[in-house]
Design a protein around this ligand. Structure first.
Ligand code: FAD
Length: 471
């Protein structure tokens, strides 16, 4: 049954205030299109609650009036999960106003924060008291705590600190019928049955609404030093990873892989970037080291990369000597997606395979793709220390988007076939959303998929939570 839009708007306005129920097309527009501009949906209205009580009221109202609900944080998701479908019967629930830190305890290294706080704001608050909130993504200025939990985001520090799931102690959740599920504990150990909060992490808003989270904090490093290394092949990158991981242990906090093509397009399209090395190399790795007891991060980098140079694993390397130089390295890595956008059409995959298989995966899949579509330009980069690659493929020079799209299915089939053979994942970071539903159905263990459907049916029997996403 299609909800009566006028009634819905009047009812929600009475509950949380007219100024927080957005109904005009122009103001609603940015909420209805995803970051990559691939999906635009329709909504009854955009609602901006200020508190958990507001969210409970909205969810009860939505149940009573048969409205579906799409939770939205920073809308930086890359799989079309945060925008409504085209049906027009959904309420878009934006967390922009629920962005407060409720409490921060440096003694127990915990923080309780509302879902709409951005990662950057949380990192800043933690740093003010000498603590680190380690989840770090290029989108951290906009991506929210709720969104990163709902997608179980990874990012550049997952190598040591894990993904968002590893950083959550408990959640405050509003269920589809408006019931409050409070697991907002700051306990580190609690073995009292099923860990219900885990169900909502990575669920992409299809089971309920996260309104707040208790999260772990960590010691702030005394020093950090990044390096830019040129090398010959992904196989050498893997050798380097093993060397650094086993010698540096948890001091190795980042390990990012990039091909020369990514450096070339970053230098071409993003003003102000500079090639850190004097000669070009086929591949690059950017490791970062953190030190906690003394300021020796740079020394650790110099010793370990010196060993790698001696062993001929690395062809050349430069180590950051200042914050500005470290930031200039990061600027190259973080601008690759933007450079790809400016370079022209690309087809993207966000996959993982077992670490030891990465070199073979890159070699074999790139070779097959080049045979299938001569001129295709692989831009394979990412958090290779986690086995996670952004396996992106730039169109051959001069090929327009429309023509390139006609090759998409064939390209996906090649990439995902090899992911399957190597027992990898079709979604290592970004989630399923609207983009990868068919890949999920095709690759997930049937028993696991069946259990996911049963859990969904119990928690959201009317199918009103973020419909058309994940399952
Ligand atoms: C430049 C760039 C770099 C990126 N780098 C990375 C990266 O390194 N690693 C990575 O993992 N991702 C990365 N992403 C993807 C994206 O930033 C993450 O998926 C992020 O977690 C999304 O957070 P958000 O607040 O923007 O969520 P949104 O995009 O608003 O929503 C994402 C999903 O979560 C759901 N959701 C949002 N808030 C809630 C809530 N309160 N309760 C329940 N469900 C909710 C939405 O319904 C949707 O399904 C990147 C994106 C960009 C644009």
């Amino acid at each position: 049954m299609m909800p009566d839009r006028e009634k819905v708007i009047a009812g929600l306005s009475a509950l949380i205030g007219t100024s927080h129920v957005i109904t005009d097309d122009v103001t609603m527009a940015p909420y209805l299109t995803d970051w990559r501009k691939r999906y635009t949906g329709r909504a009854l209205c955009v609602v901006r609650p200020a508190s958990t009580d507001d969210v409970i009221a909205v969810m009860r109202f939505a149940k009573e009036h048969h409205c579906a609900v799409v939770p939205q944080g920073g809308n930086t998701g890359l799989v079309g999960g945060s925008v409504p479908l085209g049906r027009g019967d959904e309420i878009l629930l934006s967390f922009q106003r629920m962005n407060h830190i409720r409490s921060l305890d440096p003694d127990s290294d915990t923080v309780i924060v509302e879902a709409g706080a951005t990662l950057a704001a949380l990192q800043e608050k933690a740093e003010e008291v000498g603590r680190l909130f380690p989840l770090s993504l290029a989108s951290e200025g906009t991506a929210t705590v709720g969104g990163t939990i709902a997608t179980n985001a990874g990012g550049t520090a997952a190598l040591v600190y894990g993904t968002m799931r590893d950083l959550v102690l408990g959640l405050e959740i509003v269920l589809p019928d408006g019931t409050l599920l409070n697991t907002l504990t700051t306990l580190r150990k609690d073995n009292t049955g099923y860990h219900l909060a885990s169900l909502f992490m990575g669920a992409e808003g299809t089971l309920g609404v996260i309104t707040a989270a208790s999260l772990k904090l960590f010691p702030l490093p005394r020093a950090r030093s990044a390096a830019f290394c040129g090398l010959k092949s992904p196989s050498d990158a893997f050798k380097l990873f093993k060397h650094l991981k086993h010698r540096a242990g948890p001091s190795l906090t980042t390990f990012e892989l990039m091909p020369r093509f990514a450096i070339d397009i970053a230098l071409k399209h993003i003003p102000g970037l500079r090639d850190p090395l004097s000669e070009p190399h086929e591949w690059y790795v950017m490791p970062e080291f953190s030190s906690f007891v003394s300021d020796d991060a740079q020394e650790i980098a110099a010793t370990l990369l010196g060993e790698a140079l001696d062993a001929d694993i690395v062809s050349d390397a430069v180590i950051s000597e200042s914050l500005a130089q470290r930031e200039s390295f990061w600027a190259i890595r973080e601008n690759i997606p933007e450079a790809q956008l400016r370079e022209g059409p690309s087809i993207k995959h966000d996959i993982s395979v077992p670490l030891a298989d990465i070199p073979e995966f890159i070699d074999v899949v790139c070779a097959e793709l080049l045979t299938a579509l001569p001129g295709i330009r692989p831009c394979v980069f990412g958090h290779v220390g986690d086995g996670n690659l952004h396996f992106n493929l730039q169109a051959p020079v001069g090929m327009d988007e429309k023509t390139y799209t006609t090759h998409a299915e064939r390209i996906h089939a090649i990439v995902y076939r090899h992911v399957g053979t190597m027992k990898g994942s079709v979604s290592a970071e970004h989630g399923i959303g609207q983009v990868k539903r068919s890949q999920l159905a095709a690759t997930k263990d049937p028993q696991a998929l069946d259990m996911m459907r049963k859990i969904k049916a119990v928690i959201d029997p009317d199918g009103r939570m973020n419909p058309g996403k994940v399952l």
